[in-house]
Write a protein of this length. Structure first.
Length: 363
C-alpha cells in the first residue's frame, strides 16, 4: 500500500432508476441494495481500503449528503468529504478533487470510482487498478477500466481498442481508439462480433499531474477557474472559495471534457466480474434466486405461478403474488411500485408523472 495512491469516490448521484427506494433525499448509494448489511457506499469504501490508505480516500458528493457520508463512513475525517454546492456533472468535481490531491502530494496517482458498483473478486480488482497505477507513474497515460461484454447490452457505453498495436506486454493495457455512446441492439451485437469492444465501467486512473495537464490543455477555462483557488484548498478558506466559484463551472462530463480528446489513453480489460447496478434489472441479475427465479431483498415471498420477479420490501414483509412474472415489485413506506422489468428504463418518466400529479414528496 503506497502513500502516494489516492482514491476519489463519486457519491453525488440520485439513482432515479432505483425509485422508489432511491430518492433525492436518500439516493441508492446510501442504501443496502443487496441486502448484505452494508450500503453500496460502504462496500465501495471497504474495497478501496484494501490497497489505498484510508486517509487518502476522498468522497465527492452533494452538500445535502455530507452528513449521510459521515454517518456511514465514521472512520473518515471531515476534510475527506468533498462537497459540491451545485450539480455540474463529473468533470468539474474531478478537477476540484485533483487540485486538492495535487496540493497534498504532487506525485500522487489516483483512481476515480463510482460508489454504486457491484464487484466480485476484489483482489483481482485491486490487481487491475495497481497495473494501471504503475503505468500512470511511468508515463502521462490516462487509464480506464473496460469489462469484457457477455451480451449486446444497450444500456452501457463501449470502448473500442486497437487489436493490432494496442497491447502492452507488461500490463495487458490496450490503446483506446474511441468511446462509443450507448448503442441500439443491432450495433451492440456488431461490437461483440468484432471482438475489440469493452463495456465502459466508468472507472479511471491517472497521475494527478497528468489529469491537471489534460484539463489545462482541453478545458482551459475550467482549469483557470479552479486554479484560482489553489492557495485555499485544504485550508479553512476552501469552502468559501468553492461556494462562490463552483456554480460558474461548465456542466460537462469527464468523458466529453477529457477522455474523448486525450491521446495517450489505455483501457484495462477487467479480470473481475462487474455490474454497475444502474437498474432494478441489473440488481436482479446479481441476487440469489428462489426456485421460481424470484430475487428477494428483505421480503418473505409466496409466489403462486409467479417467477423471475424482482421483489424488495421492508424487513420481513410478506408478499403474496399469483400469476405474475417478470415484474419489479418494490414496497417502500408510502410508495408501492409494480411494473414490468422490460420497462425499467421508463422509471424516470414515471417519476416525472408522479412529480406532476403529486408533487416532490414521493421522489
Amino acid at each position: 500500500m503506497k502513500k502516494n495512491h489516492y482514491a476519489v469516490i463519486m457519491a453525488g448521484g440520485v439513482g432515479s432508476r432505483f425509485w422508489p427506494v432511491s430518492t433525492t433525499e436518500f439516493p441508492k448509494q446510501f442504501h443496502d441494495m443487496l441486502g448484505t448489511g452494508q450500503t453500496l457506499l460502504q462496500k465501495t469504501f471497504e474495497r478501496l481500503t484494501k490497497f489505498i490508505p484510508n486517509e487518502n480516500i476522498l468522497v465527492l458528493t452533494n452538500e445535502r449528503y455530507r452528513d449521510l457520508v459521515k454517518e456511514q463512513l465514521p472512520s473518515i475525517k471531515t476534510p475527506q468529504v468533498v462537497t459540491e454546492p451545485a450539480m455540474r456533472n463529473t468533470a468539474p468535481c474531478i478537477l476540484y478533487a485533483a487540485m486538492k490531491i495535487y496540493k497534498m502530494d504532487p506525485e500522487a496517482v489516483m483512481i476515480v470510482a463510482p460508489s454504486d458498483h457491484w464487484i466480485e473478486a476484489e483482489d483481482l480488482f485491486a490487481r487491475d487498478v495497481n497495473h494501471c497505477f504503475e503505468r500512470c507513474e511511468q508515463s502521462e497515460a490516462i487509464c480506464t477500466m473496460g469489462v469484457i461484454p457477455t451480451f449486446p447490452n444497450t444500456g452501457y457505453g463501449y470502448i473500442e481498442f486497437d487489436q493490432i498495436n494496442g497491447k502492452d506486454q507488461d500490463h495487458d493495457l490496450k490503446r483506446v481508439l474511441q468511446f462509443k455512446e450507448k448503442p441500439v441492439y443491432k450495433i451492440a451485437k456488431r461490437y461483440l462480433e468484432q471482438g475489440n469492444f469493452l463495456w465502459n465501467a466508468g472507472i479511471f486512473m491517472w497521475s494527478v499531474l497528468t489529469i491537471l495537464e489534460a484539463f489545462k490543455k482541453f478545458q482551459p477555462s475550467q482549469y483557470e477557474l479552479f486554479k484560482a483557488g489553489q492557495d485555499f484548498y485544504n485550508t479553512d478558506r476552501e469552502a468559501e472559495f468553492i461556494q462562490e466559484h463552483y456554480a460558474k463551472a461548465e456542466n460537462i462530463s469527464i468523458d466529453y471534457a477529457i477522455l474523448e480528446r486525450a491521446e495517450e489513453i489505455y483501457v484495462q480489460p477487467a479480470s473481475f466480474d462487474w455490474n454497475d447496478l444502474g437498474t432494478w434489472g441489473s440488481l436482479y441479475d446479481r441476487l440469489e434466486k428462489d426456485r421460481q427465479d424470484n430475487a428477494l431483498v428483505n421480503a418473505r415471498f409466496l409466489g403462486i405461478n409467479s417467477g423471475s420477479n424482482m421483489v424488495r420490501t421492508g424487513e420481513g414483509k410478506l408478499v403474496v403474488v399469483e400469476d405474475l412474472s417478470d415484474y419489479i415489485i418494490v414496497d417502500k413506506e408510502e410508495v408501492l411500485l409494480i411494473m414490468p422489468k422490460s420497462k425499467e428504463q421508463e422509471i424516470k418518466n414515471v417519476l416525472a408523472q408522479v412529480r406532476d400529479m403529486h408533487g416532490d414528496q414521493y421522489i
